[in-house]
Design a protein around this ligand. Structure first.
Ligand code: ZN
Length: 73
């Protein structure tokens, strides 16, 4: 947010302005309160995608690439 005193930009996690040490107004907490269940669901989705990618890379891709080199397999 912008400093109310000197107008310079400050990162959201700053408590005081880096330039003039003016205390910054606290950012609204409502956005920080993420739904933990939703966050966990997202984490599982990321894990699932990572697993699929891992299977593709370690299992499917060598078979696809090796199919031409190893006839009969
Ligand atoms: Zn300032």
């Amino acid at each position: 947010m912008d400093c109310p005193n000197c107008g310079v930009y400050n990162p959201e996690d700053r408590i005081v302005c880096w330039r003039c040490d003016q205390e910054l107004p606290k950012p609204k907490e409502s956005k920080k309160k993420a739904d933990p269940a939703q966050a966990q669901r997202r984490m599982w989705l990321i894990l699932l995608v990572a697993l699929v990618v891992w299977i593709l890379i370690t299992w499917v891709l060598p078979r696809l690439l090796g199919g031409g080199l190893l006839p009969g397999s």
